[in-house]
Structure formats: C-alpha cells, structure tokens
Design a protein around this ligand. Structure first.
Ligand SMILES: Cc1cc2nc3c(=O)[nH]c(=O)nc-3n(C[C@H](O)[C@H](O)[C@H](O)COP(=O)(O)OP(=O)(O)OC[C@H]3O[C@@H](n4cnc5c(N)ncnc54)[C@H](O)[C@@H]3O)c2cc1C
Length: 300
C-alpha cells in the first residue's frame, strides 16, 4: 500500500536568532517554510525528499515583512507576502511599475496572501516571476546564519533550476536594490494560453531609464536566456540598446537581430523553441514600449 502521508516535525521559532540556531543544529535535515505554496506542493507530489524538520518561518513575519527605502536602497523583507507588496510603495510609484504587472498575473488571490517574495526567489525556477523582475533592478540578497550575514547579487545567487548559492544553515532575510532615478520605470510581460493562473510560456522584464527619447540605461531579463532554466539577463540585447534613441527602427533591429543572437530556447510539452523565441520578441517589444509610456506619462 502506498502511504499518502508526509511525516515531518514542525518547529516554530520564537525569533530570527532562535530560527538560525535551530538551522545550525539540524541542517541539512531541515527545510524552511514561508508561505508553503511551493514547498507543500513539492512534498505532496514527492518531488523532494521529506526533511526531518520543517522550520515554520511564519512567526518571524513581524520581523521580516517590510518594504522601505533606506540610504538610497529599496529593502524588502524576505517574508513580505505578495499581497503586502501590493500595499507598499512598490505599487504606487511609477519607477516600480513592473511589480504591479507581476502581481496582476500572480497565481490566485488566496495564494497572494500566503506566498512570499523570499519563497519566490528561493524556489529558483524559470517560473519565479519576482526573480525575473528583480534581476532588472540589479537586486541583491541578504542571507543570515549564526555566523552573521552576507550579501550576494541575485544573478550570482541563482545558480540553476532549484539551486541557489545559499547554504543549508542560512535563511534569506532581505532583498534589496538601488532606488531608481526619476526618469525610470519597468514592465513585466507574461504569456501563456490563459490570462490567469499560468506558469508562463515566456516571461520578460525591462527596466528603462530615459533622457528625452535616448535610452540612458536599460536592463532586460527573461524566464531563461540560455540553457539554464532560471531567470537570466539578456546582456547583449541590453548593450545594443544602451545609448540608442527608443524609436521603431532600433526596437525592430534589437528584436529581430540582436535578441535571437543570444537567446537559446527549448521545446517541451507546452511550446516549441521557435514559438518561444517569437513570443520572446513580442514580450521584449511590449515591455520596452510599456516602460517608455510609463516614464513619459508618469503613471502605471
Ligand atoms: C497554484 C499556484 C500558482 C502559482 N503561481 C505563481 C505565479 O503566478 N508566479 C510565480 O512566480 N510563482 C507562482 N507559484 C509558485 C509559488 O507560489 C511562488 O514561488 C511563491 O512566491 C513561493 O513563496 P512561499 O512563501 O510560498 O515559499 P515556500 O513554499 O514556503 O518555500 C519555497 C522554497 O523556498 C524556501 N524558502 C522560503 N523562504 C525562505 C527563506 N526566507 N530562507 C530560505 N529558504 C526559504 C523553502 O525551503 C522552499 O524550498 C504558484 C504556485 C501555485 C501552487
């Protein structure tokens, strides 16, 4: 008979320090759980080996749920839920407009109350929408353990599908990125067969800084750019665009010639590589124009 029960012990820490000591003592036999929207599905489906302990991070919500601007950096606590993000400055300032786009297509309403931004990054798959967006903000992550804290660029932190540079006794505690200048905005585009509750056949994010119609800075990311199934930056595309006027000819050139030169797409059950490449072109074009419009009009 096959047992459907997954057996583990649940530890509820009284503080961040308590959680870190528990991790130090029990890693790697322990898995942290934030909202549980990814972890519990993986355990239920037996996609991962059940750990001896689950470290329930929800008691740390007060300590690690925040969005603030401090010394020129936007700082987001790892346990901030998707719903809490939508109540923060990230949804009222045009410089962060891509956060509104991600929210609108993120799972279901119920899921947004539980899922956290930290859990999204730690999931580390091509479907981690906030990771795709945060890459274009040049975000970094802060990790804590009983040894202290360390920071890493998000791009370095995402190593491969379901693999990050975090150590078994570390917790992700914060995500941070430099506060964008006034003439900046962003956009996030996600395509699938439906509009909601979708994993995304293609996703893309753009961060744009304009001086008149000249692109002073631009960053572009996709759910994947090369072989690894993790969100990645399209750096060749970015450097082509930097310094150019944002006009139709430049967009046509970058979409038709430059992007395909660095993008490697794969075929699977959901879509062919050719279809994905075509949709990547459309996504980039839309995200560029959307960011442009947002800067010019000053509204999301
Ligand atoms: C129906 C459904 C729809 C979904 N739709 C979307 C979507 O539209 N877009 C999208 O991007 N994702 C989506 N997801 C995936 C998932 O909900 C998100 O990735 C979510 O943000 C995960 O956050 P969580 O807090 O629930 O993470 P959890 O499930 O608690 O944890 C996920 C992983 O991160 C680790 N972890 C969590 N927090 C920490 C921490 N602070 N430090 C160290 N490790 C940590 C856990 O050990 C686990 O390995 C969907 C999932 C479902 C089931």
């Amino acid at each position: 008979m096959v047992s459907l029960l997954v057996i583990f012990e649940l530890y509820r820490p009284s503080s961040l320090d308590d959680a870190l000591v528990f991790l130090e003592k029990n890693a790697p036999d322990v898995k942290p759980m934030a909202g549980g929207t990814e972890l519990l599905v993986l355990l239920r489906d037996r996609a991962i080996k059940p750990p001896k302990y689950i470290l329930d991070l929800s008691p740390l919500g007060k300590e690690l749920s925040y969005v603030k601007v401090e010394n020129g950096y936007v700082r987001i606590g790892a346990l901030t839920t998707i719903w809490e993000l939508s109540r923060s400055l990230l949804h009222s300032d045009v410089r962060y407009a891509g956060f509104v786009d991600v929210f609108r297509k993120f799972g279901t309403m119920a899921l947004r109350f539980e899922a956290t931004i930290g859990g999204n990054i730690m999931t580390a798959t091509q479907y981690s929408d906030y990771a795709t967006l945060l890459l274009v903000y040049d975000a970094g992550v802060k990790l804590a353990s009983t040894r202290g804290t360390r920071t890493l660029p998000l791009e370095e932190f995402l190593v491969d599908k379901r693999a990050t540079a975090s150590r078994p006794d570390e917790l992700l505690v914060e995500i941070f990125f430099p506060e964008p200048p006034r003439s900046a905005s962003s956009a996030f585009v996600k395509f699938d067969r439906r509009e909601v509750l979708i994993a995304g056949i293609v996703t893309s994010a753009v961060y744009l800084v304009l001086e008149g119609d000249v692109i002073r800075d631009v960053r572009v990311s996709f759910d994947m750019v090369r072989e690894k199934r993790i969100p990645s930056r399209a750096r060749v595309t970015e450097s082509y665009l930097r310094g150019k006027r944002l006009v139709e000819e430049a967009v046509h050139e970058v979409v038709e010639k430059v992007l395909p030169s660095e993008m490697v797409r794969t075929t699977d059950w959901w879509a062919t590589a050719e279809y994905r490449l075509e949709m990547s072109k459309v996504a980039l074009k839309r995200a560029l124009y959307k960011s442009y419009e947002r800067i010019v009009r000053g509204v999301v």
